[in-house]
Design a protein. Sequence first.
Length: 108
Amino acid sequence: MRRTSAPIYSKSGDVIGHLDLTDAHWQGGEDVEDGVEVIEVAFVPHTDGVTYTAVRKTPPDDADDLVITYTPTEWELFAKRASTGYFNPDAVLERRRQRAENDAGPTG
């Protein structure tokens, strides 16, 4: 069974409310085979006047049906980084390598 609400967390980790997902219009990949996992996104207005972005995987792994919510600023940063390849596995490995070199300090 799909969730009908999702928590909204503040940067301090406090729950500041819930999004009503009842009428959410989920958007995801089209022409996907049955049983294939797809990431879906919905832009959901809240009573605080902010439109949050909700993200879920479908079909769900279990009854918990995790939904991740983003503020507009968080979603904008995520989308910007995704469009530049920031989350590309090779880019992630390169950043880790550079961090490890920086943490090791000068050599020689």
